[in-house]
Design a protein around this ligand. Structure first.
Ligand code: ADP
Length: 263
């Protein structure tokens, strides 16, 4: 067989189609489509309440969506494809397994207060994935170095600044060796002087080719780091494109208004 016959089209890391979600009678996602390619960085921007966090949470099934489908690396989130081609909902244990391959970093760092930075990072890979503690500990130390905290391995969260805690949270998520990283406004709970150090770490991950979806209010950061910027408002994607297209030359008046209000 010639080489050209064996080439396959790379599948997207995330493929979301017509995703709808309501809380009671309030429809928060009104048919969202989103595709994220491997190694791509996508920034979700938009006014508060537009559905960005809910969409992110649907991607790892922290939130159950009402209709549509989301595939992460070819797996239907929350479902499996039956032999007859229909989708069947999977059990919570299977969802947990899917979730373990998707890293999530929240606004609040959610570190275990009674564990050191190193113990926080090691817990998941050993406890959830059953990996060798010694090997994981060595990897965790390398990750602490990567986020600039090599000297904080034995520190407890309450002795760390918010920026340092968030960097530990990023190292913790990375130690699960995720195929996708989701960030939900990772700097919005930080004092302004600590925002830069966290954005720097995320920037370095982007340079290393980590696939990421980032909800952010930091428009300058989105401009620097994103391959694709998606502007959401009122539960729909209003427009998407390169940072230059969306942030410098927005086509829709809703995008223009939003940017004028935040820049
Ligand atoms: P964004 O991230 O763009 O600020 P969210 O996804 O957080 O938007 O929220 C979208 C809307 O959904 C908001 O009006 C919010 O109040 C509502 N919402 C989010 N989570 C819940 C929930 N668990 N129960 C009820 N309403 C919710």
């Amino acid at each position: 067989m010639s080489e050209s016959n064996t080439l396959t089209v790379p599948r997207p890391m995330v493929h979301a189609e017509s995703v709808r979600k309501a809380f009671g009678s309030h429809e928060v996602l009104k048919g969202i489509d989103l595709t994220v390619q491997p190694r791509e960085v996508v920034c979700l921007i938009g006014p508060s309440g537009s559905g960005k966090t809910t969409l992110l949470r649907c991607m790892n099934r922290l939130e159950k969506f009402d209709s549509g489908r989301i595939c992460v690396d070819g797996d239907y989130v929350g479902y499996r494809l039956r032999d007859d081609g229909r989708l069947q909902e999977v059990a919570e244990s299977a969802i947990c397994k899917q979730r373990s391959s998707i890293g999530m970093v929240f606004q609040r760092f959610n570190l275990f207060p009674h564990m050191t930075a190193l113990e926080n990072i090691v817990k998941g890979p050993v406890g959830v994935l059953g990996r060798n503690r010694k090997e994981v500990t060595a990897e965790a130390r390398t990750l602490l170095e990567r986020v600039g905290l090599a000297d904080k391995a034995d520190a407890y969260p309450n002795s760390l600044s918010g920026g340092q805690q968030q960097r530990v949270a990023i190292a913790r998520a990375l130690c699960m060796r995720p195929k996708l990283m989701l960030f939900d406004e990772p700097t919005s709970a930080l004092d302004p002087e600590l925002v830069g150090e966290v954005l720097e770490v995320i920037h370095a991950l982007a340079d290393d080719g980590v696939t990421m979806v980032i909800v952010t209010h930091e428009i300058g950061f989105a401009r620097d780091v994103a391959d694709q910027v998606v502007f959401m408002d009122g539960g729909v994607v209003v427009e998407r494109g390169t940072p230059e297209e969306i942030l410098e030359h927005p086509q829709h008046v809703r995008t223009q208004r939003f940017l004028a209000s935040v820049l």
